[in-house]
Design a protein around this ligand. Structure first.
Ligand code: ADP
Length: 490
């Protein structure tokens, strides 16, 4: 560790004997005593070095003590140095007054009383040390503040005005230091992007739009920390320009969207190709003679029909998906009576459930929903259709509704093949079809649940699934309830 530098005292007297007397009294390892024999000599020393205090003899030939003091005060570099006059006791009062007017901080009368001399000098030495420490910590703070590459503002808690700004902040905002200091912090915010009533804690680390002096707006990540400055309680605000980071993220998003689009096209083409190939193959077979094959022709025509149905379903799903994703299919919510609506829908599906020998039970609640009726029908149809499709012959499907605080939770349960846990997170992804579904040749597009998720969320609900392989699955979704006063649709 550095030893604390010694504090310098300047002793001025034309009489060497007096100087020695002063010096021997004040002698201390913590002090460095500089002896000057005249006013001129003292002034020269003061210009070169920094002293904690000057002990100045009043009566000197040439420049006397008062004249020397006057010159010391006049110069900027030395104007603030404390001066103690050393003078004879028999001094008149005017003498003392004149000294004080010239900026003396104290008087010491001869003959010297060592205790008094030491005590007075000690007080100034202490003062000097304190000031020096303060200056050093201030310098350290300045050095850190100005050298960091991040833009930093110090903002007063009371006025929300900038009290200090470092070089990086000046560069970032394009204001001069003089302009930036005193500016209200709001002036740097780009209008329309203020985080509303958010508290300073809530906006910690968030991205906000900032405006440069030239009007250019940029996104910035802002972190704030409370600090105690000599101007009062303040916020240290660190501003990081995140333009490049945002651009990189956007480019990444674009690439990702591009990749998904290509994948989507490849998937659709693949999905279309199978039924088209089948239709083409069986048509050809019929044309080449099978049309006269009494035993098989009907089977071939049915196969063609089945694949055409599959094509139609796929195109239907694609159109629904396109409408949703392009934002054209905006929900038009109305009041819907859950019980009646669901009963009717399930009834319309009885041909399918009958064919598969799957029974459907309903356990509903009397609730009025606020939802797009077409959407609700698509969601229920998809889920019940899956519950029948992925069931086993003689299995059951159960549609239950439970009232929640401001929504209804609908569960569609089946006793079917179930979904392996590792597959569960993916079933709402478009074109995802389980290996099991393909293996069992259960028809599907892999788009149904993706559409369901879109629709449910667009209508202000959530959808999720639970399943035990080989035992069955339960799909849940929520729908907002209508306000009491709302009128139901017929
Ligand atoms: P698909 O047209 O293939 O039925 P979905 O998006 O509706 O497409 O479903 C995606 C996949 O999720 C299905 O292929 C199937 O593997 C699985 N799945 C959906 N519902 C059920 C269910 N009730 N039981 C078992 N598996 C299901």
């Amino acid at each position: 560790m550095n030893p604390t530098p010694r504090v310098k005292l300047l002793l001025v007297d034309d009489q060497p004997a007096n100087l020695l007397a002063l010096a021997s009294t004040l002698e201390s390892p913590a002090l460095e005593l500089v002896l000057a024999h005249s006013g001129q000599d003292a002034l020269r020393w003061l210009l070169r070095e920094e002293f904690a205090v000057v002990l100045l003899d009043v009566q000197m030939p040439g420049l006397d003590g008062f004249e020397t003091a006057q010159l010391i005060r006049q110069r900027e570099r030395t104007g603030h140095v404390p001066i103690i006059f050393v003078t004879a006791v028999n001094t008149t009062d005017t003498h003392v007054t004149r000294g004080y007017r010239l900026g003396a901080v104290d008087y010491i009368f001869k003959p010297l009383v060592p205790e008094i001399l030491k005590a007075k000098v000690q007080a100034f030495v202490e003062l000097f040390r304190k000031q020096r420490e303060l200056r050093q910590s201030e310098e350290r703070y300045r050095a850190v503040f100005s050298s960091v590459g991040e833009a930093i503002l110090a903002v007063s808690d009371d006025t929300e005005r900038i009290v200090d700004a470092n070089e990086a902040a000046i560069g970032l905002f394009g204001y001069g230091r003089q302009e930036l200091v005193g500016l209200h912090l709001d002036r740097l915010d780009a209008p329309g992007d203020k985080p509303g009533a958010a508290t300073p804690a809530a906006v910690n680390g968030s991205v906000r739009w900032q405006r440069r002096k030239d009007g250019k707006v940029f996104p910035a990540e802002i972190t704030e920390a409370p600090a105690q400055l000599d101007t009062g309680p303040a916020m240290i605000v660190v501003i990081r320009d995140v333009t490049e980071r945002l651009q990189a993220a956007e480019a990444q998003q674009l690439r990702e969207r591009d990749r998904m689009q290509r994948e989507f096209v490849a998937n659709v083409s693949h999905e279309l190709r199978t039924p088209i190939a089948a239709i083409k193959g069986f048509s050809e077979t019929l044309r080449r003679g099978a049309i006269d094959d009494d035993r098989n022709r009907l089977r071939f025509v049915r196969t063609i029909e089945t694949h055409a149905d599959r094509l139609a379903a796929l195109v239907e799903d694609l159109l629904t998906l396109a409408a949703i994703e392009s934002g054209r299919d905006v929900p038009q919510p109305k009041v819907v009576e859950l019980e009646a609506f669901t009963r009717e829908l399930v009834l319309s599906m009885s041909p399918l459930s009958g064919r598969r020998r799957v029974g459907i039970d309903l356990q509903l609640v009397d609730a009025r929903l606020f939802v797009d009726a077409k959407h609700l029908s698509q969601v229920l149809q998809n889920l019940v259709d899956n519950a029948i499709k992925y069931n086993r012959p003689g299995g059951r499907v159960r549609v239950e509704a439970v009232l929640e605080r401001d929504a209804v939770r609908v569960a569609v349960k089946d006793s079917g093949i179930g979904i392996p846990p590792d597959e569960l997170p993916h079933i709402f992804t478009r074109f995802h079809r389980s290996a099991r579904a393909k293996e069992l040749a259960i028809r599907g597009t892999g788009l149904g649940l993706h559409i369901v998720k879109h629709i449910v969320e667009a209508n202000g609900g959530r959808v999720w699934a639970e399943s035990v392989p080989e035992q069955g699955s339960t799909f849940y979704f929520t729908v907002p309830l209508a306000k009491k006063s709302a009128v139901p649709v017929k």
